[in-house]
Write a protein that binds this ligand. Structure first.
Ligand SMILES: Nc1ncnc2c1ncn2[C@@H]1O[C@H](COP(=O)(O)OP(=O)(O)OP(=O)(O)O)[C@@H](O)[C@H]1O
Length: 270
């Protein structure tokens, strides 16, 4: 990776030897990681629990300043709220605002009417149009997740940082949302960094899959996916899909089982 090489187009997101240990140099959580994400790419991060995937996203969002190295978004140090739209594992909804108000809240640059119109459009898109007047407490876990997604998409940012956005959805809703996300990105392309624990999801959503090692997370595999197009059904039917799934799945399993710090239950004996 040579993001600073003269004559090469600047990547949208660049991580230069990023290291983070939450201020404790003896307990590094992430890195060093060097990554360059071209504009419009959908990069999926996979890795064992606790390897620093969320931390990496937060560095790219400007929410965490790394202990070492630096992150650049469009050549600048990322600033919270400006680098891109983030979808968190936890929903971070405002309980005293309705679904529509939650989506509209982040669109402060628009008039009230435009905010509400756009909020309704994105609620419709994620299947929550009929629930626009509901408060978060009256929504199921899956609906809250979709609301959080609508809020991020409504910002129409050109960088989406997504931290297991579909983790709390049931299998069917998850697949529908994967389709919706891909459809939306076709209509309105963005650079995406997407964290998941699901190898299948990584292969369906990504153009590229980066596998991180156990803590401290470092890049151990960087795969450009060979699929033509992003139709999930065609991807699944491609012989490369099961080959890559098996390879990634075994790699992940071996990393977890060989990590002395892992508390994975499968290590114990009866
Ligand atoms: N605020 C913090 N202070 C100290 N350590 C932290 C803090 N936040 C996270 N960590 C630790 O840093 C490591 C990386 O955390 P992070 O949440 O980035 O991992 P992750 O790969 O996203 O995990 P998971 O897949 O389980 O969500 C973990 O070991 C975690 O316990």
């Amino acid at each position: 990776m040579t993001p600073d090489q003269p004559g090469t187009a600047r990547a949208h997101v660049e991580l230069h030897e990023v290291v983070h240990g939450f201020g404790n140099p003896d307990a590094v959580a992430l890195g060093p990681v060097a990554l360059s994400v071209p504009r419009g790419q959908r990069l999926v991060l996979l890795g064992p629990s606790g390897c620093g995937k969320t931390t990496l996203l937060r560095v790219a969002a400007g929410l965490v300043r790394p202990d070492g190295g630096r992150a650049l978004v469009q050549g600048q140090a990322p600033r919270p709220g400006q680098a891109g739209a983030m979808v968190f594992q936890s929903f971070r909804l405002l309980p005293w605002k309705t679904a529509r108000q939650n989506v509209g809240f982040a669109l402060g640059h628009l008039s009230h009417g435009e905010r509400m119109e756009r909020a309704q459009r994105y609620l419709d898109l994620v299947g929550l149009g009929r629930f626009a007047e509901r408060y978060p407490a009256a929504l199921s876990g899956g609906m809250k997740q979709r609301l959080a997604l609508a809020r991020a998409l409504a910002a129409e940012a050109d960088l989406l940082l997504m931290d297991e956005p579909f983790a709390s959805l049931d299998a069917q809703a998850r697949e529908l949302m994967q389709h919706e996300l891909l459809r939306l990105l076709r209509a309105r392309p963005a650079t995406v960094i997407f964290v998941t624990h699901s190898v299948d999801e990584a292969l369906l959503i990504g153009d590229r899959v980066v596998l991180l090692s156990p803590r401290p997370g470092r890049v151990v595999e960087d795969l450009a996916l060979p699929f033509r197009g992003d139709d999930p059904a065609l991807r699944r039917a491609d012989p490369d899909f099961s080959r890559l799934r098996d390879g990634l799945w075994h790699r992940l399993r071996d990393m977890v089982l060989s990590d002395p710090a892992s508390d994975f239950y499968g290590r114990g004996t009866l």
